[in-house]
Ligand binder design. Structure first.
Ligand SMILES: Nc1ncnc2c1ncn2[C@@H]1O[C@H](COP(=O)(O)OP(=O)(O)O)[C@@H](O)[C@H]1O
Ligand SMILES: [Mg+2]
Length: 323
């Protein structure tokens, strides 16, 4: 049994101006214990919304359907209440922009201890000891627990955010754009740290990013999201060397250099709005290989190779033999 199974997850937001926005449109994936899985795509594709659902942290304006199975138990069955016991304990998250989310008037150590206290794992002196240990583990001297967030650099705050996510020894760590806004050297250090921690703690990692080289470096498998759905998934190697969706191909082509030192050339155009019904293939307006069928029929995610699936009508067309 998979550690985590997400089945046909849909998430809608009620909009204040009326109507709704279909942010997540039938997302399905699984995660094995200790696996490192990437969730990739441009901004606005539904990555953050998907993983917030796994933490039971969507705003009240959201409605959800589908299943999120943790060790086979559907934690969405009774809404917010059923996720709460698992939050931080089984599934923890480093939030997008987490390094800027610490309370400025509370010491770092107190903030890292909060999830431990919440779950009755440790308090007082024992909590402080464990916080010290966690800080050391993420590369921060234990005595810095007494410092305030503004006394830390961006990279150090991100390390502290990771320590906080690990406070309850979760099985799954969701990391949402953990290196965005850090400089390249620091990015590399944070990624190394995440990989080392995943190994040490036997963590399964879901790494959410718009940055493909990061996924290629860190993840065993990945899913590419576009317009709220997964359009391709498979082993990272296959996505890199044998992509079967034009979006995946263009995403990789748009990242010329594995270490992110060059400016990334973006794909012309933008993802479609999710507050309107999409007919046909959501990627069609930006696709250099779209044909008639792409206009009226939305492609389903189908197996295309071992462990690889793609949602593109081109995979139904016999491939041309190169001359
Ligand atoms: N609280 C919200 N209310 C309304 N729309 C939202 C809310 N949060 C996210 N969205 C919309 O949902 C879509 C997916 O957003 P998000 O999950 O943040 O994407 P990503 O993390 O891939 O950038 C976007 O169109 C975004 O504007
Ligand atoms: Mg996001």
């Amino acid at each position: 049994m998979s550690l985590l199974e997400v089945k046909d997850l849909h998430i809608w937001f009620d909009l204040e101006r009326g109507g709704e926005l279909h942010a997540v449109q039938g997302v399905t994936f699984e995660l094995a214990a200790g696996e490192r899985f990437g969730l990739v795509g441009e901004s606005g594709c539904g990555k953050t919304t998907t993983i917030l659902a796994l933490m039971g942290l969507l705003p009240p304006s959201a409605s959800v359907s589908g299943q999120v199975l943790l060790d086979g138990v559907n934690v969405l069955a009774r809404g917010e209440r059923s996720v709460a016991p698992h939050r931080w304990r089984d599934v923890a998250m480093v939030f997008q922009g987490a390094m800027n989310a610490f309370n400025p008037v509370k010491r770092i150590g107190e903030q890292i201890a909060e999830p431990m206290e919440l779950h009755g794992i440790a308090e007082g002196r024992e909590a402080r000891r464990q916080v010290g240990e966690l800080l050391e583990r993420v590369g921060i001297p234990a005595e810095r627990a007494q410092r305030f967030p503004h006394e830390f650099s961006g990279g150090m705050r991100q390390r502290a955010a990771i320590a906080m996510a690990l406070a309850c020894k979760p099985k799954i760590l969701l990391a949402d754009e953990p290196t965005t806004a850090l400089d390249v050297m620091v990015q590399a250090q944070i990624l190394q740290l995440l990989v080392a921690l995943a190994d040490d703690f036997g963590l399964a990692l879901v790494l959410v990013t718009h940055d493909l080289p990061i996924v290629a470096q860190v993840c065993d498998r990945a899913a590419v999201m576009y317009a709220g759905e997964i359009v391709e998934s498979g082993p990272t190697d296959a996505l890199f060397h044998a992509p079967r969706h034009p979006y995946t191909r263009l995403l990789f082509a748009a990242t010329p250099d594995l270490y992110g030192t060059e400016e990334v050339a973006s794909i012309p155009g933008a993802p479609p709005r999710l507050d309107r019904t999409i007919t046909g293939c959501p990627f069609r307006p930006r696709c250099d290989r779209a044909f008639g069928r792409c206009v009226g029929e939305r492609p389903a995610l189908k197996p295309v190779a071992a462990g690889q699936a793609a949602a593109c009508h081109l995979n139904d067309v016999p491939q041309e033999v190169p001359a």
